[in-house]
Write a protein that binds this ligand. Structure first.
Ligand SMILES: [Mg+2]
Length: 260
């Protein structure tokens, strides 16, 4: 759909031979048309949280359970319990080893060959196809989540269909800090209102991203995605999905009309 006039139209613009100078009524209609375009064609980039959105957290927590010598289910259940209490998930480890120096323990774990690992087997099965489909639709695709700097390196080493990867460890700021989402907008290179942030954690993903002006998708998966799916924080999301496979149809439509 185009708003240009016919050749020979006396209102044709000298600055743009393909354009006409609109009447006041037409100008008003064009403003409305642009607003419609903005609504229809609002999404230009998609930024994904990483843990339990793109990557399963199984390996990391299993590794800690093995290192600490406790059943994996015990640590996983404790992680869920402390997070549901509004506490740091690392408190689960502190409960098992009161007084533990987590940074020193992580270094010892790494030195012993049980450090942080990530490869394609850690990806959710719908992640790769969704990333590819969104990029094929012309959207910018990025990963940005609360992860270590090493996780960023490991993700970049995979053959993922993304424009860029960034982590809180690299930026020195973590969700839900608003400064994290300032960095997300810089990463995407788009105004927040044209960017969607996708995540499983309503309080860390949906709420601060929406407050920063992003469109948001809540992904109902992972322990927190299920636990808080029906809460007030998840309710702020623009869209609610159960699989990344839903995103290409939801966000990939690029057929909205442009004005002349
Ligand atoms: Mg997450």
């Amino acid at each position: 759909m185009r708003a240009c006039g016919r050749a020979g139209d006396p209102r044709r613009s000298l600055a743009c031979p393909g354009r006409v100078t609109p009447s006041e009524e037409e100008a008003h209609g064009r403003v409305e048309f642009r607003a419609l375009c903005t609504l229809l064609r609002v999404v230009e980039a998609v930024v994904f949280d990483i843990g339990e959105t793109i990557v399963k957290d199984d390996r990391g927590w299993a590794s800690w359970a093995d290192w600490l010598g406790v059943p994996r289910h015990t640590l996983s259940a404790l992680v869920g319990a402390v997070v549901a209490q509004g506490r740091d998930n690392a408190d689960a480890i502190r409960m098992l080893r009161p007084g533990i120096d987590l940074a020193a323990e992580a270094r010892a774990k790494e030195a012993a060959g049980f450090g942080e690992r990530l490869d394609e087997s850690d990806l959710y099965s719908d992640a790769g196809p969704a990333l590819q489909a969104l990029r094929a639709a012309g959207l910018g695709v990025f990963l940005a989540g609360n992860q270590t700097a090493r996780a960023g390196d490991l993700l970049r080493a995979m053959d993922l269909s993304v424009d860029a990867v960034a982590t809180s460890g690299e930026w020195g700021v973590a969700k839900p800090d608003p400064a994290f989402f300032v960095r997300v907008a810089e990463l995407a290179g788009m105004p927040p209102e044209r960017t969607v942030y996708v995540g499983d954690h309503p309080a860390n993903d949906c709420v601060p991203a929406a407050a920063a002006g992003f469109r948001t998708v809540h992904l109902r998966r992972g322990p927190l995605g299920y636990l808080w799916a029906d809460g007030a924080d998840a309710a702020v999301a623009d869209w609610h999905i159960g699989s990344l496979a839903e995103l290409p149809d939801l966000l990939g439509r690029q057929d909205a009309p442009r004005v002349c």
